[in-house]
Design a protein around this ligand. Structure first.
Ligand code: MG
Length: 156
């Protein structure tokens, strides 16, 4: 089964930036109820989507104070547990991150390792790619960041 996830968050000065579970030094960060990690949010939706289990907003509503400032790794662990409960597990993950700045090349390997650990996968099965949007649109104006994640899920 294939799952697809997408997420976007606004960027603002003075906020922290966490992507793929990795804190990244930056003057601008995501505005969010949780830690605003678009990569992990898109990953959760991809995992849930593979088994038609709804979306991240249904399971972790941003109106619930439980999730204020929450590490998004909690959401991923919950989604993985839901898959395991049904006898499934992800076999690979492919993520694409779109942001103008900062450059995330120095952090990509750590993101892969963090996501692999959360999903109980070898790092060789986790891909993280990044691109700018050539200064076009909200990502190009550094007003927002978005991520796409696709995953394959198979019976354990
Ligand atoms: Mg989100």
């Amino acid at each position: 089964m294939i799952g697809l996830g997408f997420d976007v968050h606004r960027l603002a000065e003075g906020e922290s930036l966490v992507l793929g579970g990795v804190p990244i030094p930056s003057e601008i960060g995501t505005v969010a109820h949780s830690d605003g990690d678009v990569v992990l949010h898109a990953l959760v939706d991809a995992l849930l989507g593979a088994l038609a289990l709804g979306d991240i907003g249904e399971h972790f509503p941003d109106t619930d104070p439980t999730w204020k400032g929450a590490s998004s790794s909690v959401f991923v662990e919950h989604a993985i547990a839901m898959l395991h409960d049904r006898g499934y597990a992800p076999v690979n993950i492919d993520a694409t991150l779109v942001l103008q700045a900062p450059k995330i090349l120095p952090y990509k390997e750590q993101m892969r390792q963090t996501m692999a650990a959360l999903c109980q996968l070898p790092v060789e099965r986790v891909s993280v790619k990044a691109t700018t949007s050539e200064h076009l649109g909200y990502a190009g104006r550094k007003e927002g960041v978005h991520a796409w994640v696709v995953c394959e899920v198979q019976p354990k």
